[in-house]
Design a protein around this ligand. Sequence first.
Ligand code: F6R
Length: 260
Amino acid sequence: MEIVIVHDIAEAGSIAGAAIERLVTANPTAVLGLATGSSPLPIYDDVIQRCQTGLRVEAVTAFTLDEYLGLPVGHPESYRSFIKRVFTEPVGIADENLHSPAVNDEGVEALCESYERQIEAAGGIDLQILGIGSDGHIGFNEPSSSLGSRTRIKTLVTETRQDNARFFGGNLDQVPTHVVTQGIGTILEARHLIMIAAGESKARAIAAAVEGPLSAMVPASALQLHPHVTVLVDEGAASQLKLADYYRSTYATKPDWQSI
Ligand code: F6R
C-alpha cells in the first residue's frame, strides 16, 4: 500500500488525475470505478481540466460504486445523477457508458447479480476511485460487512446517514436507509485502487484502515489485501498515522520512473 501525504487536496486530485490520464492514454477503452460524495471531487475536477487541454476519455466505461434505494429515477442526489453532474457529462462519457445499479422490475437481488455480470463483461475495473466513511466504510460496506461480499443491498448506519444529510438539506429523514453497493470482494477485484480522504474527521478511519488490523469492523482495512493501492491523504486525514514520517520520506525519495 502506498500512502501519499499531500500538502493540499488539489495535489491529491492532480496525482490521481495523472494516473487516470496515463491509464486512458495507454488504453482509451479503460474501465473506471467511480465513488461519489465529496472526497473524489478534486480528482474529477483535475480530469475535467485535463480534458479541456486535450485528454479524451469518451471511450471509457464507468461504473459507480453504489446507489441509494428508494430515490425516484433522476433525483438530483441519486448517485447516478451526482456522478453525471460532477464528472461523466463534463468529460463527455456518454450515458450508455455509465453503469450504476438501477432498480428495475426484476428486483434488487437480480439487479445486484446483473451489476456483477456487467462489470465482468466490461473486463473488470482498471482503476477504482474510493472515498472512506468516518466509520471506515468503502462503497457502502458498513462495519461488519463480509470481507468477501459481492454487490448487494445494505442498510446504512445512522452515522453515515448523518454524514450524508448535508446532501439532503440537512434533513436526516430524507436520507435513504438502504443502498445497493459493490461488495468488498467486488472492489478488491479492481486492478488499481485509489483512496482519497481529507480532513481530521477521516483521521481515525484512515489510521485504522492503513495501520490497524484487518477487520470487518473497518471495511477499508480490506485494502491491505490488495496488491496495488494508493492512499492520498491531506495532513488532517493523516494526523493519526503512526508512520507518517516514513510515508513522507518514501514519497519524497520515490524514483522518477515509478508512478503510483
Ligand atoms: C460513495 C461512497 C462512500 C463515500 C464515503 C465518504 O460512493 O462510496 O464510501 O466515499 O461515504 O463520503 P465523502 O467523500 O462525502 O466524505
